[in-house]
Design a protein around this ligand. Structure first.
Ligand code: ADP
Ligand code: MG
Length: 277
């Protein structure tokens, strides 16, 4: 794995600005289960961070907590310095299997929903809103699909519709929960191309992922999570044997590539097969 080619995290020039995300001593509990335990992290504006860890590590809980969809037990989450960010600051793309794809709504409607926070619920979208939605669809390569029902699209296209919604929303923090599950390689590449476009715009991205090589290749930092935070650093720093074992226990294959670098494979969780609910 080319961990040596991992890009640097945000430069020191950005570290004086308000962080995109500050989490302090976050604990989240479901009745008896402590899903997240004393998590503290800071993510700078414009950083792209992958969240990895085995099933049940708390990845989804963390993303939902940041999106304000999941009550936290103790601790603090600040987005761009505030505990009460404007609704359109954050775009949250749930796991595909949590979405009811039979919902009879067109692709352009889904993207326009990204404008609701700015338009207000009971006002009609303006021409500007529609143009932004159309431009967002063009940028993810789906302009021709605007009038299709969302349920008619492939898994990769559906994920890109949600990315387009985030673009139309002009969100500054994008949270994605396992966006690559069930996608073929071209669809995965399309998602990474869109992430690169978001990088150019300074959008901060936090993505739960299963594939450690993709995490190392495409993201500034990798957050290793298993209920508690093991590391949050560039992959070549985070992916030590000790950190990987702490995160995955025995579910991981560690191989040296001869340069002292580790090649890793998460064998614990086969990707969920692509299926439409
Ligand atoms: P991941 O996304 O990393 O697989 P989750 O955040 O979904 O992890 O889950 C973390 C832990 O919290 C798991 O033990 C899971 O069983 C538990 N959990 C998640 N959602 C709920 C829920 N709604 N009610 C009770 N327990 C939950
Ligand atoms: Mg999850």
């Amino acid at each position: 794995m080319a961990v040596s080619s991992v890009s640097e995290p945000a430069t020191s020039a950005t570290t004086t600005a308000v962080p995109a995300l500050t989490i302090r001593h976050l604990t989240a509990r479901y009745r008896q289960i402590e899903a997240l335990s004393d998590i503290s992290i800071e993510i700078q504006a414009g950083e792209q961070v992958a969240v990895v860890g085995p099933n049940g590590a708390g990845k989804s809980t963390l993303l939902k907590a940041i999106a304000g969809l999941q009550p936290i037990t103790t601790g603090e989450i600040r987005v761009f310095g505030t505990e009460r960010p404007e609704p359109n600051t954050i775009a949250y793309v749930p796991q595909r299997l949590q979405v009811d794809w039979r919902f009879p709504v067109s692709v352009s409607d889904v993207v326009l929903m990204g404008r609701v926070g700015r338009i207000g619920l009971f006002r009609r979208p303006s021409r500007h809103d529609r143009e932004l939605a159309q431009r967002a669809l063009e940028r993810v390569g789906l302009a021709a699909f605007a009038d299709r029902q969302i349920g008619q699209l492939s898994g990769g296209q559906q994920q890109r519709v949600f990315l387009a919604r985030a673009l139309a929303q002009e969100a500054r923090l994008l949270l994605m929960d396992e966006p690559l599950v069930g996608l073929d390689i071209p669809s995965q590449d399309e998602i990474f191309r869109t992430l690169a476009a978001l990088r150019a715009e300074g959008v901060t991205v936090l993505t739960a992922l299963h594939d450690l090589q993709q995490a190392a290749r495409y993201f500034d930092r990798v957050m290793l999570l298993n209920r508690r935070l093991i590391a949050c650093a560039p992959a070549r720093v985070a992916f030590t044997a000790a950190n990987l074992v702490a995160t995955y226990g025995g579910h991981l294959h560690l191989l040296s590539d001869g340069d002292g670098l580790l090649t890793v494979a998460d064998t614990c969780c086969d990707p969920t097969p692509d299926r439409t609910l």
